[in-house]
Design a binder for this molecule. Structure first.
Ligand code: ADP
Ligand code: MG
Length: 187
């Protein structure tokens, strides 16, 4: 469950990005956050992911504040609008790392993803297009079997076939695992 209570965020340069935002996303709920560029969507997701702490107000992910909270982060997947993946790594090597970090990691789920996504698990990520890197981030993230999914502009750079695949995987995942999902998009 995601709860945001009266969250405010002003950047150092004075930009007032969030002005007292409150909402709840229950387990098994899917929420799309839609709005024009600059409306604060990415700021909001970074606060939910515990990248930033709100200036005031509270954020609770399954009852706990996410900022500098390893326990919350182990059960959350956040894909930012510009996901960074080590350029010399491959999907398979990152999977080994994720397996050791995320207690919910599912080898079965990861193996299924290799059959579904049209990317090589042995190619260097730095040699992949943005859309392919995003696919890698999505399938690795879902393989951690998160309780909270935060995706920023997730469909950017994905072709229509992969976009439909990701939508279906998310719907199935939420139906089976009862995760709470928030997806931000300008479109
Ligand atoms: P969105 O994701 O909806 O496009 P953002 O959350 O990225 O919106 O931005 C909201 C506002 O905060 C914008 O006015 C943007 O310029 C500003 N902003 C975002 N990140 C920073 C930052 N690191 N420093 C200063 N201002 C920022
Ligand atoms: Mg954004």
């Amino acid at each position: 469950m995601i709860r945001l209570i009266e969250a405010e965020k002003t950047y150092d340069n004075g930009t007032h990005a969030l002005n007292g935002v409150s909402f709840t996303v229950n387990d098994g709920e899917f929420v799309f956050l839609v709005g024009p560029s600059g409306s604060g969507k990415s700021t909001l997701l970074r606060i939910l992911a515990g990248v930033y702490r709100p200036d005031s107000g509270r954020v609770l992910i399954n009852g706990q504040a996410p900022f500098e909270n390893e326990q919350v982060k182990r059960s959350t997947v956040f894909i930012s609008d510009y996901p960074y993946l080590a350029p010399t790594a491959t999907v398979r090597r990152l999977a080994r790392l994720y397996r050791s970090v995320y207690p919910g990691w599912s080898e079965d789920y990861f193996a299924r993803m290799e059959k579904l996504f049209p990317i090589s698990f042995d190619a260097r990520l730095g040699k992949m297009s943005k859309g392919m890197q995003r696919q890698a981030a999505i399938l690795l993230g879902l393989s951690t079997q998160p309780r909270c999914i935060l995706f920023d502009e997730i469909f950017d750079g994905l072709d229509p076939v992969v976009r439909e695949l990701v939508k279906k995987l998310l719907v199935d995942f939420v139906a089976e695992n009862g995760a709470s999902v928030m997806i931000a998009s300008h479109n």
